[in-house]
Structure formats: structure tokens, C-alpha cells
Write a protein that binds this ligand. Structure first.
Ligand SMILES: [Zn+2]
Length: 367
């Protein structure tokens, strides 16, 4: 049970900030604290504050939270798991420096203390060139980066590796009784999800020709890591506006290609300055971990190298509940993974940076 996660555990990630800022606390009231920092920095950074959270009575079943009020920004709230008692990270957002007026932190259903200096991470320049988001399945790009790609739609590309067609049983169809044969239901699910992958991004303004689906079989990415030659379903590529080199399948129901070659061809076409991809350390889903490593293989053999990698996690070790709170809540880092998942990973995946993409209040969906 190396990945067992418990609410009493500390979240401790290996982080290397480019700036640290000591905070002083002043009690406004029993659970309200005002934190000030001594910083003259002018660079915009994403800030994390290590804190020790201890739930209070109601917080054993209701998610405890801390409201973060910055004088120049709208108030935001971060939630923690019910019964949390340990070190966590508080997401302070992007700032050029912590305001001299301070940030007011107000706890609900918990008490907390600051357990270390605020950690500042210089924000990457995402406007410098194309942004390629690699999604193992339809919806992964949206869960991880809709806010990001809809901020920069003209320069964003989304590459989805599988149509996510796997279906545990006929009972799990989108509409009960829609199909009575599992193979038909699986195909229908893949068709629906490939439509999603092609069209949901347009809600964020991404041009249709910048969404690409490879259509490899859902659940097989870790097998493709051993041998990148595998089967894809051409039907799942039907919404691609741009052609892929491996599109020539001779009209058969399944084509065969090399997924690393396919990813590399997209890299060379898009020439991304930034690649946003799954984090093989924090995200334990087999397809997600494999997607990162397959993309890394493609990067290694491509004639183009991205300037920076941003890693995301949509699944988490030991809990399905993260991120906590309503959809408009903010979240910081998920529970950490066991170290065994880091064995034999390229250094690019062991980076210790952090980036938080800010959304305006009007773009946050209120629950
Ligand atoms: Zn996924």
C-alpha cells in the first residue's frame, strides 16, 4: 500500500522555488490571520504557502476551508479534505510580491498555522509560442487546462491520444439500453467522446484544425510504451480537420501505426514552445503515466524541442476526492505519490516548480 493516503498525513512535495518569502502573522480574530511578507520582488510568481491545517468539530465531515482575500483581487476559497490534520499548501495565486497590506486568511471548520516561508515560482512566458496540450483521453485537456487554453486559444493545440471508449459493462452506457451489444456500445462511446474532444475546445476558442485525435485503443498506452506500434480506430479520427501522416489505413476498421511517430509528427508540425502533459509522478492512472512517457520519447527523437514542460494530474494517489470543494474553489497540490513511482523517470519529470493559472472572477463557474 505504498500509495495509501490518509487525511492525517502531511503533503510534502520536493519543491525548489526561485524565491522564498517569510511571512508574519497577526491575529485579527480567533481564526482570522493577516499575513505580510517582506518582498521587493517585481517578477510575477505563483505562490504557495506551507501551512499546518487541523480540522475543527464540523470539519470532520464538512470540508474545512480557508478564504484568501488579497486587497487587489477578488476573494477565493481553498478547501481541504474532511478530517485533515497535517501539512498542506495554500494557493496564494499569482503576485509580483505579497502586498504590503497583506493577505487576509480566514479559516472555516479548521485552524491553521504557517509552517514555512511562502514559496514563489517564476511564471513561465506562455505567450512566447504555440502551446500543445497532450491529453490521454477526451476531457483530460479540459479538466487540466481549459482555463489555460481558453486564455490563449489561437496558439493552443490539443492532441488526444485515445477516444476513451472503454466501457466496463453495458450498464455503464451513457443511456441505459441504447445498445445491447458491448462492442457497439464501446464504439458509440468512442465516437461520442471523440466528438467531445474535437468540439469542446471550440467553446474556449481553439480553432478546429488545432484539435487532433489519434484514436489509439483506450487502456493500451502502457502496452504501447513497451512497443509503440499499435492499433487505432480511424473512425475516431473523423473529426480531425488536419490530416495525420498515419491516416492512410486503406478503409479498414482499424489502422496500425507507431504512436511515438504520430506524436512526433504533431510536435514537428506545431513546434510548441510549451507542452502541457500528464505528470507521471503525481498521476497514477496507467494511461496517464504512459502518455507522459510516450510524449517524452517523441520529444527526444523530434527535431524540435519545447522550451518548457508543464505537468498536470487529473487522478491522484489514494483519493478520488481531490480537488476538494465546489467547482469554483481553488486548489493547490494534491497528495504526494510514493517515491517508487519516481524510479527511472527522466529528470524532466522530477522538476520541482509550480504554476497556477489565474482566472478572473467572471470566468470562474459558480456552483
Ligand atoms: Zn484520462
Amino acid at each position: 500500500m505504498a500509495d495509501h493516503y490518509a487525511t492525517l498525513k502531511d503533503y510534502r512535495h520536493t519543491l525548489i522555488p526561485d524565491c522564498e518569502c517569510s511571512m508574519q502573522m497577526r491575529h485579527d480574530s480567533l481564526e482570522s490571520l493577516t499575513a505580510n511578507a517582506n518582498s521587493t520582488a517585481t517578477t510575477t510568481r505563483s505562490w504557495l504557502l506551507p501551512i499546518r491545517v487541523q480540522y475543527r468539530a464540523m470539519g470532520c465531515w464538512r470540508e474545512p476551508s480557508i478564504e484568501i482575500q488579497h486587497p487587489e483581487q477578488s476573494s477565493r476559497r481553498q478547501y481541504f479534505e474532511p478530517g485533515s490534520n497535517g501539512e498542506r499548501y495554500l494557493e496564494l495565486g499569482q503576485h509580483t510580491g505579497i502586498s504590503p497590506q497583506g493577505i487576509k486568511l480566514t479559516a472555516r471548520d479548521c485552524r491553521f498555522t504557517i509552517s514555512g516561508a511562502a514559496l514563489g515560482f517564476e511564471c513561465p512566458d506562455l505567450s512566447a509560442g504555440p502551446l500543445l496540450i497532450v491529453a490521454p483521453h477526451p476531457d483530460d485537456a479540459e479538466l487540466a487546462a481549459f482555463g489555460l487554453y481558453s486564455s490563449l486559444p489561437e496558439q493552443s493545440w490539443i492532441l488526444t491520444l485515445t477516444a476513451g471508449e472503454s466501457l466496463g459493462s453495458l450498464r455503464k452506457q451513457y443511456l441505459r439500453g441504447l445498445d445491447d451489444k458491448k462492442s457497439v456500445a464501446v464504439h458509440r462511446k468512442g465516437a461520442i467522446r471523440s466528438w467531445d474532444a474535437a468540439h469542446v475546445a471550440s467553446l474556449g476558442g481553439v480553432p478546429a484544425n488545432q484539435c487532433l485525435m489519434l484514436g489509439y485503443a483506450d487502456g493500451t498506452l502502457s502496452t504501447l510504451l513497451e512497443d509503440p506500434k499499435g492499433l487505432f480506430t480511424p473512425y475516431f479520427r473523423r473529426y480531425n480537420v488536419s490530416a495525420l501522416p498515419s491516416d492512410t489505413w486503406g478503409g479498414k476498421a482499424q489502422g496500425e501505426s507507431n504512436i511515438v511517430d504520430d506524436i512526433r509528427s504533431v510536435l514537428q508540425r506545431v513546434q510548441p514552445a510549451t507542452i502541457v502533459m500528464t505528470d507521471p509522478v503525481l498521476d497514477p492512472h496507467r494511461d496517464h503515466r504512459a502518455a507522459a512517457l510516450l510524449t517524452w520519447q517523441a520529444i527526444q527523437s523530434a527535431s524540435h524541442s519545447p522550451d518548457q514542460l508543464l505537468l498536470y494530474a487529473n487522478h491522484f494517489h489514494g483519493t478520488n476526492l481531490f480537488p476538494y470543494g465546489p467547482p469554483d474553489a481553488i486548489s493547490a497540490l494534491p497528495p504526494p505519490s510514493s517515491k517508487q513511482h519516481e524510479a527511472n523517470l527522466p529528470n524532466a519529470f522530477l522538476g520541482a516548480g509550480y504554476y497556477s493559472h489565474p482566472l478572473s472572477q467572471s470566468r470562474c463557474v459558480k456552483s
